[in-house]
Design a protein around this ligand. Sequence first.
Ligand SMILES: [Zn+2]
Length: 300
Amino acid sequence: MIKKAILLIVLIISLIISVNLAVRSIYTSNIEEPSVESSANPSAITEVEKDPQSPKPVNSNNTDDTEVAQHIPVLMYHHLLKNDENIFKNNSSILSVESFQEHMELLYKEGYTTLTLKQLENFLLKKEQFPKKSVVITFDDGYKSNYKYAYQILKQYGFVASIFMITDKISDTTVPFDPTQLQYLSWEEMELSKDVFEFVGHSHNLHHLDNNGKSYLISKPKEEITEDLRKNLEIIHNPYFAYPYGHYNSETIEILQNLGYKMAFTINEGSVKPGDHLFELKRHSIFPYTTIQNFLEKLK
Ligand SMILES: [Zn+2]
């Protein structure tokens, strides 16, 4: 009799504890939801990104063992500098050339295929299938370092990549590389590297934040945004886009669609799959503190 009573008490206590834990976990998951509209980065490169350490949704396709890709990771890089020439040590958008080389070598050894954005569009529209180990490599902003360093490394492995260009920043003349300056690609460098890179849109002259930390792409008048994005597409002739700072709203999407753009990329963390909204595509941010283990996780 006493034994039964003790058992009953233990049962009641454990029930109370588990209900309490469940309620707590609901609360904390709401509180710790990472914000897309994070604050502006005051350093040389002003892209605002999310913390790659934030929890990723569990992908239900992880267990499939078919030979074709069910989902594809789109990697996002920015500026590259060699370790010994990087004077912007705290800038999370600058990756070392050494790390980039390591990532590409890993992709090559693992047997990855790199896709163009047209191929990715076909994959998302279920028009074409690709090997399970497929990846899309992207760079934002159009830095000269992409030509100086990434071009040769990508070429060495037979890879292709896409650069989201701020077209107003494209340089008319090719000047010597200076790692202490934030330099952009020249027209000549774009022409010389088009066997590896395709060039796509990242706004013409709206890659700025207003006083409230909002991208001009959502805070400027609709007419000005439309004109800017039209110019961006006219110069680039390639209907793919990445939102500066990852900021967008339904009006931005509508403008892009009306102008004839076909896909747009955010900086929200994750891979892409058929059925995803073509103007809200996720990417995987690569930071200086992204470990090889993190990198491999992103590819899964
Ligand atoms: Zn950018």
